[in-house]
Design a protein around this ligand. Structure first.
Ligand SMILES: Nc1ncnc2c1ncn2[C@@H]1O[C@H](COP(=O)(O)OP(=O)(O)OP(=O)(O)O)[C@@H](O)[C@H]1O
Ligand SMILES: [Mg+2]
Length: 251
């Protein structure tokens, strides 16, 4: 049986619904370097959680740990997604279980068109996001369906990277700095799309250096500082708390 009680007692807030994704006492290392130092948090279904913190706080490491990438090594802790024990899985199994990691470098496959990039990702038969539906979500991708993916602009590549994750019919979207290097008008476009995807029920963890933009979109926020959680609460609370923002986010 894969059903583990949720770890709601570890969250700071009163629980209103069972957690969809639970991370409990996770510790991660790169070799001897101890990075994620025992973090626990919950994400509810349909929620956008902003994962914030200064450079080097451990945000990417946290996402990679949840996605079960080979590096870092997670040597303690549990990760549950919709009653499935991710901590017992390899990265490809975690991906099949419904995790969609969109890494910072976007990883568009060279030599393939936009459409081929999406086709390669898509499960058959498509359940949620058909390629036509993804083109409705990202009209720019539809217009460029025959163009080689790696020749897209930075913003379009980010859209393709998100669309590719959705094509796999995932349960949780893990976004590592999706706004990085993009013009504000493109950030607006991606933000609008993420709102729409949320309205369709998607659960999202959003890592962003652009903390204000992330907090405007997110329901909740976690702030990491040297691999530990120093805040877990509503996004509005962070926006309202100048001291917290100055201390941990430098904004
Ligand atoms: N492959 C690696 N090998 C060794 N140390 C690493 C590796 N990747 C990251 N680190 C270290 O782990 C710590 C956390 O890095 P991480 O990339 O998770 O931070 P981050 O919060 O995502 O920062 P940023 O905002 O700059 O992206 C840093 O001190 C970093 O130098
Ligand atoms: Mg990072």
């Amino acid at each position: 049986m894969n059903v583990r009680p949720d770890f709601s007692k570890h969250a700071n807030q009163a629980e209103t619904a069972p957690a969809f994704l639970s991370v409990w006492d996770m510790h991660s290392y790169y070799g001897e370097s101890y990075i994620v130092q025992g973090i626990s948090f919950n994400v509810h279904e349909g929620e956008i959680l902003a994962l914030l913190g200064r450079n080097g706080a451990g945000k990417t490491t946290t996402l990679r740990s949840i996605a079960r990438m080979d590096n870092p090594q997670v040597n303690h802790g549990e990760i549950w997604l919709d009653h499935q024990p991710l901590h017992r899985m390899a990265s490809h199994q975690a991906a099949s279980a419904g995790l969609g990691l969109v890494p910072e470098d976007r990883c568009i496959i060279p030599g393939l068109t936009v459409e081929e990039n999406l086709q390669l990702a898509q499960i058959a038969p498509p359940v949620g996001w058909s390629i036509e539906r993804l083109y409705q979500l990202f009209p720019r991708l539809g217009e460029r369906r025959k163009q080689e993916g790696v020749t897209l602009s930075g913003g379009e590549q980010q859209m393709l990277s998100i669309a590719r994750a959705l094509a796999r019919d995932i349960k949780v979207l893990l976004l590592d700095e999706p706004y990085e290097g993009l013009a504000p008008v493109i950030v607006d476009e991606i933000e609008k799309t993420l709102r729409h995807v949320k309205e369709q029920g998607m659960t999202t963890i959003l890592v962003e250096q652009n903390a204000v933009r992330a907090l405007q979109l997110a329901d909740r926020a976690i702030i990491l500082d040297t691999g530990s959680i120093v805040f877990d609460g509503s996004a509005a609370e962070v926006l309202d708390n100048a001291e917290l923002r100055a201390e941990y986010l430098a904004i």
